[in-house]
Design a protein around this ligand. Structure first.
Ligand SMILES: C[S@@+](CC[C@H](N)C(=O)[O-])C[C@H]1O[C@@H](n2cnc3c(N)ncnc32)[C@H](O)[C@@H]1O
Length: 379
């Protein structure tokens, strides 16, 4: 049963979208406090029987993410909060919790082994955006993402970082910028941005990462989202492309400029890739090679074959969109110095081009205001 059906005839008409937020937060495995606080919002503050039933029946029992320890944590918190308010916990809720208590928790045993979980990231389009080109008929785009439970050392690429949520919102909010364009992402991690690029019908989506485990996880995510990927390294220009999505192992340190120059993307993207000082010169070298304009042939025609070509024969400018949380000012300043040394120009688009659509309204762990969006282009 859908959240909308469940809320029919319940506390208020707005409850329908509130219940959808609760379910979306549960599926994205938001902190349980946050899920319960959203659930309270359905009724104006109290945990009614309906709210308990919704959390039990719709979230826990029919959960597609099936993470038992997360469900157990939610039930425990629900019971605590109802009891604290001297309310009555539904029998079904107690029984479900007892079942979870007696079942061995695989996640707890394996927590040291970087286990993977599936979060469902629901992009909820606001009412009235049904005409928006990236808005599905249902008004929501739900993307299953296999990712790591904890951000262990060496497992960074298997987490979903806030900048990739931001960049995904950006792509979905401005589909025309990306539709029919060849897009190349550096440090793609779990692959969320690439899945959104495919949704808005980018002509080609090239996802890259320097970490092989991350690449394997990314491919599983593409499969789970029914996207075919082609992991051959590079076809020669002019060769037919069989698939639109590619996954490429691309450590910035060893990426050769001649190979990079063959990809010729229209747009380069990167989310949360400015954090390791020692990697920055290599990252910048990769960006320069991808941003470089193709040399003119003697006849005056451009050598590019893939870049979007305007009607007057000129290709549209190549641009990189980089979303970042600035955690360390020194690292970010070092990035700016390198950008300048490499003759690139950088513009802070954060105020100007903020995603107009807030597609993750239920995700309280995601602090959009902490993220900045930059465009980088050749000077
Ligand atoms: C903080 S994670 C961000 C992942 C993803 N873009 C996101 O926002 O969810 C940084 C990503 O960059 C990749 N990365 C870091 N250093 C790299 C390097 N030197 N070469 C290639 N990829 C690298 C990591 O493997 C990881 O996937």
């Amino acid at each position: 049963m859908a959240a909308s059906e469940y809320s029919t005839g319940l506390e208020s008409v707005e409850a329908e979208s509130q219940y959808l937020h609760v379910l979306s937060a549960f599926l994205a495995m938001e902190p349980v406090d946050s899920v319960i606080s959203l659930a309270r919002g359905c009724t104006g503050g109290s945990i009614t029987d309906n709210v308990q039933r919704f959390l039990w029946e719709i979230c826990v029992k029919s959960a597609v993410n099936g993470n038992a320890s997360y469900a157990k944590k939610l039930l425990k918190r629900l019971i605590n909060e109802v009891e604290l308010e001297n309310g009555e916990v539904l029998d079904e809720v107690y029984e479900e919790y007892a079942l979870h208590m007696s079942a061995p928790s695989k996640e707890n045993i394996l927590v040291k082994d970087n286990i993977r979980i599936t979060k469902f990231i629901s992009f909820l389009f606001p009412d009235g955006s049904y005409e928006h080109p990236s808005c599905p008929k249902s008004g929501k785009l739900v993307i299953p993402m296999r990712c790591s439970l904890n951000m262990f050392e060496g497992d960074t690429g298997c987490s979903i970082w806030p900048s990739s949520l931001f960049l995904s919102e950006f792509v979905l909010s401005y589909p025309d910028l990306f539709a029919n364009k060849s897009c190349f992402e550096v440090g793609s991690g779990a692959g969320l941005v690439g899945i959104c690029l495919a949704h808005v019908k980018a002509k080609k989506v090239i996802l890259t990462d320097g970490d092989l485990l991350t690449l394997t996880n990314m491919k599983l995510n593409l499969e789970r989202n029914r996207l075919n990927y082609d992991d051959e390294l590079l076809k020669e220009p002019g060769e037919a492309q069989s698939t639109r999505v590619k996954c490429i192992h691309l450590p910035w340190e060893t990426a050769s400029e001649s190979k990079l120059s063959k990809y010729r993307p229209d747009i380069i993207l990167g989310a949360d890739v400015i954090y390791d000082l020692s990697c920055l010169p290599h990252l910048l070298r990769v960006l320069v090679a991808l941003l470089r304009r193709p040399a003119k042939r003697e006849s005056g025609s451009l050598e590019t074959e893939d870049r979007d070509t305007a009607q007057d024969g000129r290709s549209s400018p190549v641009v990189a969109y980089i979303a970042s949380v600035i955690r360390n000012a020194d690292t970010f300043n070092a990035f700016l110095v390198l950008v300048d040394q490499m003759d690139l120009s950088i513009t802070d688009l954060t105020g100007e081009l903020k995603p107009p659509l807030e597609l993750l309204p239920y995700m309280h762990s995601y602090d959009r205001s902490s993220i900045r969006l930059f465009s980088i282009s050749p000077r």
